[in-house]
Design a protein around this ligand. Structure first.
Ligand SMILES: [Zn+2]
Length: 159
């Protein structure tokens, strides 16, 4: 829609809808059948799987129309992946390089580098920027390694 912001080198597949007020960064992939509503922002290199669902109203009622300024924002940070058919309840942040497994329902913030699954989504593991799950040493075969900041703040790369 007019008023949506979409960055460079994005791949927006069939039946996607980017609403006025939505923000899509550079290099973002949005697979088929996804609606990115006003209030949703996707940072650079975010992957959104097919039929993922965003929301922007915590108490929708047919009889009331929420003014734009009361939409509840959702932010997906750089490099995060949302699997097929996930649901993101609005008002949450999906951290950098986090991974939301297919079908998960996100009802709280997802820390950077967390792998979450289920309904409600809970953390199952930590994941590397490359997508590989990490062991207790937080070192990946790809050469990257991390330190745990806190459970809420997730992992930070070790340079
Ligand atoms: Zn890796």
């Amino acid at each position: 829609m007019t008023g949506a912001r979409v960055g460079r080198d994005c791949n927006l597949c069939g039946q996607t809808f980017i609403e006025e007020g939505a923000v899509v960064g550079d290099g973002v992939v949005v697979k088929n059948g996804v609606q990115v509503w006003d209030g949703v922002s996707l940072a650079n290199q975010v992957f959104v799987g097919p039929n993922a669902t965003f929301t922007n109203d915590l108490r929708p009622r047919a009889a009331r129309s929420l003014p734009r300024e009361e939409f509840v924002p959702t932010r997906v940070e750089e490099g995060a992946t949302l699997g097929a058919n996930v649901t993101i309840v609005c008002g949450h942040v999906i951290g950098r390089h986090a991974f939301v497994a297919a079908g998960a329902v996100v009802t709280q913030n997802v820390p950077p580098h967390a792998l979450v699954a289920g309904n409600p989504a809970r953390r199952m593991a930590w994941v590397c920027e490359c997508g590989q799950s990490l062991g207790d040493d937080l070192a990946c075969p790809c050469g990257r390694s991390y330190r745990l900041v806190t459970e809420e703040d997730g992992l930070a790369p070790i340079p």
